[in-house]
Design a protein around this ligand. Structure first.
Ligand code: 3HC
Length: 347
């Protein structure tokens, strides 16, 4: 079992931070960290947890969609106490549903054939995730707040304005946005907090994908970056640092690639199936572009393309991100990908 082995006082703030350690009988241990991380994370990696310093006593994740739920699940798996916040009980129970489904999947792989151990694992992680519809009180006790709500700049801005007022002075405010500028999201936060504002961008499926992009604005302090980097490592992720530019690193490269795959289909150059097979077998990608489009969500990709084509720094008006008629039509018809049961493919 993972257990809290000790707690230490971080001198800067005087707050108590839990340091985590696995008992020697831990069944969670798997391959150790290496300097060149693999592209996929291992859940509950013994070495990576033990090697890192203590970080945050309590984490609040705003948004119980796939990303928010995945972030909450991952942090809780590594022994963090997490508040998962959404606007309604329905949204929260949907989020909890994603978490349970994903945890069961992880448990089945990890404790093959041992059902009692699988259930203990699921219950143990779930016990560290508290569900709430009260943003203010969930933020008031958190020292790291990760926003993963709807991709609407005005909504995010308003939420960050509230967070700035209610969160403890030393709390870091992070956004998991995939395409909006962190600086613009954080416009409403006070001057002092601007140093504690950053992007913390996870990838779907969060428990499995190893990467976290840490996005620094012109105001983000080195201390904030260091704390986020240490946090990412403590949950067995591979952090990379980048500037606050459209799409950061991955989406800046990935979204034009996905858009070009759609254009290829629109031109009739090849079928979606053959393009997918080509990229999987010829380029070694785990999913072809149309499988990935359906997996990420066609509405999400359309939102990103439309936004960047209109006003993305260095991308506005560029053919790289030109909106696609085919994509617009699928979204208009409610074919949003895996989540709606149909996209480029039927599920
Ligand atoms: N939760 C937890 N674990 C999961 C999971 C989930 N939802 N989905 C898959 N996994 C784990 C499985 O448990 C398994 O773990 P193991 O390696 O310990 O056995 C492992 O992933 C492989 O799963 P499967 O064998 O069932 O399936 P695949 O081999 O087909 O892998 C995949 C599934 C991991 C999704 C793989 O196809 C993949 O890596 N696809 C690419 C995903 C990708 O590119 N994501 C980034 C999208 S861009 C993004 O998120 C940015 C956003 O801003 C738009």
């Amino acid at each position: 079992m993972i257990r809290i082995a000790r707690s230490v006082v971080l001198p800067r703030s005087g707050r108590r931070f839990a340091a985590f350690q696995h008992s020697s009988s831990s069944s969670y241990s798997s391959s150790s960290s290496t300097d060149r991380p693999s592209s996929h994370a291992t859940v509950g990696n013994k070495d990576s947890v033990a090697e890192t310093a203590p970080h945050f006593a309590s984490i609040t994740v705003l948004g119980g969609g796939q990303m928010g739920a995945g972030i909450a699940q991952t942090a809780a798996t590594f022994n963090y106490t997490v508040n998962l916040v959404d606007m309604s009980d329905d949204a929260l129970s949907r989020g909890q549903g994603y978490i349970i489904k994903s945890l069961k999947r992880v448990a089945k792989m990890r404790f093959k054939g041992d059902e009692p151990q699988q259930s203990r694992f699921v219950d143990d992680v779930l016990s560290r995730i508290k569900l709430s519809t009260d943003t203010e009180s969930a933020a008031a006790g958190a020292d790291l707040i990760i926003e993963a709500i709807i991709e609407q700049i005005e909504t995010k801005r308003a939420v960050f304005g509230v967070l700035d007022k209610v969160a403890p002075a030393e709390a870091i405010l992070a956004s998991n946005t995939s395409s909006l500028p962190i600086g613009a999201i954080g416009e409403a936060v006070g001057d002092k907090r601007k140093g504690q504002l950053a992007g913390l961008h996870f990838f779907n499926p969060v428990p499995q994908m190893k990467l976290v992009e840490i996005v620094r604005t012109e105001r983000t302090t080195d201390e904030t970056i260091d704390r986020l980097r240490a946090f990412a490592k403590s949950i067995d992720k591979a952090p990379v640092l980048c500037r606050d530019t459209p799409g950061f690193i991955v989406n800046r490269l990935l979204v034009p690639y996905l858009a070009e795959a759609i254009r290829m289909l629109e031109r009739g150059d090849a079928t979606a199936e053959d393009i997918d097979t080509a990229m999987k077998c010829g380029a070694g990608y785990p999913m072809g572009p149309f499988q990935l489009l359906d997996y990420v969500g066609l509405d999400t990709v359309k939102f990103i393309l439309d936004g960047w084509y209109k006003e993305g720094e260095g991308l506005a008006g560029s053919d790289l991100v030109r909106p696609s008629e085919k994509l617009d039509e699928l979204v208009r018809n409610g074919r949003l990908g895996v989540k709606s049961g149909a996209g480029f493919y039927d599920y």
